[in-house]
Design a protein. Structure first.
Length: 135
């Protein structure tokens, strides 16, 4: 039963040594728009790492997942196509999407990395993660 539970909800049984650094629970509560719960402040990754972005939303839409090297950067897509929600956009359930910090897409080391989650049809409701480090 434990193995089944872990495979159905890998965050609940995740290990802290995973390359994503993602932990078991997040506050994905948002009343209007998007809230990025992970990555969190001062997380450290390496170029080439696959990370799990965790966010909450009230917008049932396709999403762009952008990497920004700093707050002033426009950013660029980490996915080749839109991310479609896998759980309800109820403003409390966490959405998860794996992305690669891929040098071929333009990811480079920075101490002010940001993931921006952008709904295609409501871009004004997008939200940034906390600043994190890419080595």
């Amino acid at each position: 039963a434990l193995i089944l539970a872990c495979s159905l909800a890998f965050f609940a049984c995740g290990d802290d040594d995973s390359p994503t650094g993602a932990k078991a629970s997040y506050d994905c509560t948002v009343s209007d728009g998007v809230k990025v719960a992970y990555p969190t402040v001062s997380e450290q990754f390496k170029v080439g790492d696959e990370i799990t972005v965790v966010f909450g939303t009230t917008i049932d839409d396709g999403y762009r997942i952008l990497f920004k090297k700093n707050a002033g950067d426009e950013g660029f897509d980490l996915l080749d196509e839109s991310f479609d929600l896998t759980v309800p956009a109820d403003g409390k359930t966490c959405q998860t999407v794996k992305v690669k910090l891929d040098a071929e897409k333009g990811v480079e080391p920075t101490s002010t990395g940001i993931i921006r989650v952008v709904p295609y049809n409501r871009q004004n409701k997008a939200n940034n993660s906390e600043l994190f480090i890419v080595k």
